[in-house]
Every structure is written in C-alpha cells, then in structure tokens.
Ligand binder design. Structure first.
Ligand code: SF4
Length: 392
C-alpha cells in the first residue's frame, strides 16, 4: 500500500479488514510502497516519513499481527530495485504503455500539477511486478481496478522463465525424448522448434500453444510434451501470481464521493467519538428532504451508503420506511450509524494508543519485518542472478 498517512474507514473496509483475515490463511507480506509514492509525488518527499509511520500504526491497530504477517518498507529492501532493473532489460516498452491506468493517470494527475512523463512512472507496473515476484507470491489481494497490474506481472514472469529458465543440456534431452515419440512426430517437433526459434525471443507460451494446436494427429500427451519442449525446458524461477479478489463493501465518503482525506469527507480510524458524531450529524442527506415532514429517498442520500455497510436488515427496513414516509427525522436515522462506527473504531483507537506512545515499538516491528523480507528476497534474487548468468 502506498503510504497515505493515517487510514480511514474506506481503507479499513476496502482492504485492511480483509488483510486481517488473510493473515490467518496465508503467510502475508504487507509493505509501505514508499518508492511508489515517489513515482507521482517526487516533488514533495518530505511527507513520506510521517505518512509511513502513521500508516503502520493503523495497520497494527486494526489487528495486523506481526507474529503472523511480515510488515516492512519497500525502500529498506533494495532487492526490489535490483529485480526491477533486471526485468527492465527484457520487458517491452509497449507492455508498460498499454497498462490501462497509465495514460489515464498522466492526464488526471497532470491536471493537478504532477508531470508524469517520467521514466519512473512508466516503470511503475514493472516495479510492482518486482514487488510481487521477489517474494514468489502466488496470490495478490487487489481490487478489480488493479487486475491489469497482476496480469502484466504474469506476462513478465512467463517471459523471464522462457528466456532464462532453460535447463542446461535441454536441447539434447528434448531431442532424445521426441525421438521416442516416433520419426513423424520428431519431424513435427523439429519444424516447430525451428519456427519457434525464427520468431526469436518474442514467442510467448500462447504462441507455442498455437503452433502445437495447428499440428494434426497429436495425442494430448504429445501436445503437453511439445509445449514443454518449445518453451525451452520450463524451469519456473519467477512465479506467476494470481489475483485474490475479495468482495468488499464500497464505503463512500460523507458527501457520497470516494472517501479520501484530501477531499475532507473521511472518517479516520483513530477519530474521536465526539468527532464521529459531529461529522455524521452534519453530513448531507437527500436534498429533497428540506423539512422534517418532507419524505426522502435513501437512494439519493449518502447516509444510506453507511447503512448498507453497518446496519442489519431490520434497521435498513426501518430507514427505508421512515425516510420515504417522513416517519423519522434524519438525525434519528443517522444515530444507528454513529453508534456502529463508534463501536467499530473504539478498539482500534485503543490498540493504537500503545503504538502512538511508543514509536520505538513500531520501528522495531518494522525493522524485524524488513530483515525477514530481505532474506526471502535474497533467495529469489540468487536464482534470478544465476539464471541470467550473473553468479560469477
Ligand atoms: Fe437520508 Fe435517513 Fe434522512 Fe432519509 S432519513 S434522507 S436516508 S438521513
């Protein structure tokens, strides 16, 4: 996660709550992506430090448990940078340019004064791929909007394994195995292999599959063997990750827009109860409900979005009925949400206290996490360097 400072309820429902659950199912690696912050906010690095520590306090306070998960800072594990650079040698520019968010972000953030026509910003998805693959992660918990980034990671892993995953003596082994398939099939294999080599290193596994599919009279087993041979020996050094999609409720901001601290429409995880109460009591409602006796429509009211997340079926029914018949007032309608939010964040605020009071505690947890991350990243890099001929 990019360091954005203290976290709000949108982060909690959109990601953190799920992370707390995931740590009981998988060994998890969660990190503050401080280099990523620099890809878009390189003009103002001074905010990074505080935002990183504030973010960690919230992670710990919501229940991310350092005895189960590894928490660390990206820039403290320079192995990410080495892998990013090694990948950069063979990843075509076109792959990066076609990431859907690339042009979109250049325009959007450009309007806010960030010039993103930089080498680093174009390389953003490459760095993300390295972030994932350096831990040989096989699952990445992301939202729908991030699936393209995981997909490009898969392509990069495939290309790497194809280019550098060849076993030594593979050609001879393949030749001997194909011979056993009989002279006709051996001929097919040689022809395919030639075609494959002619196309150079740009052949993907899909292309290999297409070539093999075109050949008549091959059994399924023969086909599988041929895929393997055409791929070139198929040693998996970098793992292709899968997306781990989890349905999360969309919690909007107090004005019905996306929740964001910079829009001033957020409730923070460490918000005081009186501030939660004030913020909800003053939040806008259906504009058609000017007076208490005017009926309203929950669909046009941002409070309804909060009820969707926090209220049970009975309460929701009470809201719909009360709102549309002007049977309840807006302040009355807001009270169950105020109570639910305060109940949810009270233990978070309480757990945060010990970390706020003792920053060294947080620093030590993160230092341990960085060490663990570096050890694992080193293992992957050793294999990568060896595969790329750099272990001399
Ligand atoms: Fe919104 Fe509730 Fe007021 Fe209806 S009664 S407008 S849902 S706050």
């Amino acid at each position: 996660m990019r360091p954005t400072g203290a976290m709000h309820l949108g982060h909690y429902h959109g990601a953190l709550k799920n992370w707390v659950k995931l740590q009981n199912e998988y060994p998890c690696y969660f990190f503050a992506a401080d280099w990523h912050a620099l890809t878009t906010h390189y003009e103002d690095p001074s905010v990074i430090e505080q935002t990183v520590w504030d973010m960690f306090v919230d992670w710990l306070a919501v229940g991310i448990d350092p005895s189960k998960s590894t928490l660390f800072i990206q820039s403290r594990v320079p192995q990410h940078a080495e892998l990013t650079m090694l990948l950069s040698f063979f990843v075509p520019l076109a792959w990066l340019e076609r990431v859907p968010t690339y042009k979109d972000q250049i325009e959007k953030l450009g309007e806010r004064g960030h010039d993103l026509h930089t080498y680093g910003f174009l390389g953003y998805p490459l760095m993300q791929a390295a972030d994932i693959m350096i831990y040989r992660a096989n699952k990445v918990p992301v939202g729908e909007d991030q699936t393209a980034h995981v997909e490009i990671t898969r392509e990069i892993a495939r290309r790497f394994n194809h280019l550098f995953g060849k076993e030594k003596g593979f050609e001879e082994k393949a030749e001997a195995a194909v011979k056993k398939m009989g002279p006709k099939k051996a001929k097919v294999y040689r022809e395919l292999r030639k075609k494959f080599q002619e196309q150079g290193d740009h052949v993907s596994l899909e292309a290999a599959r297409e070539l093999v599919e075109d050949v008549q009279n091959l059994t399924l087993g023969d086909k599988e063997r041929l895929y393997g041979f055409l791929e070139g020996g198929g040693r998996v050094i970098l793992v292709e990750p899968d997306v781990l999609l989890t349905e999360t409720p969309k919690l909007l901001g107090l004005d019905g827009d996306k929740m964001s601290k910079s829009y001033g429409n957020a409730i923070m995880l460490r918000e005081k109860p009186e501030d939660v109460t004030r913020k909800i009591r003053t939040m806008p409602t259906d504009p058609a409900r000017v007076r208490r006796q005017d009926p309203g429509n929950p669909e046009k009211c941002p409070v309804w979005n909060l009820h969707q997340v926090y209220s049970d079926a009975n309460t929701k029914e009470w809201v719909v009925k009360g709102c549309t018949t002007a049977g309840i007032g807006c302040l009355e309608c807001k009270q169950p949400v105020i109570d639910a939010i305060n109940k949810e964040i009270a233990p978070i605020r309480e757990r945060a206290l010990q970390y706020e009071e003792d920053p060294t505690l947080v620093r030590n947890i993160i230092q341990d996490g960085c060490e663990k991350a570096r050890d694992l990243a080193d293992e992957t890099l050793r294999d990568v360097r060896e595969a790329m001929g750099l272990n001399y």
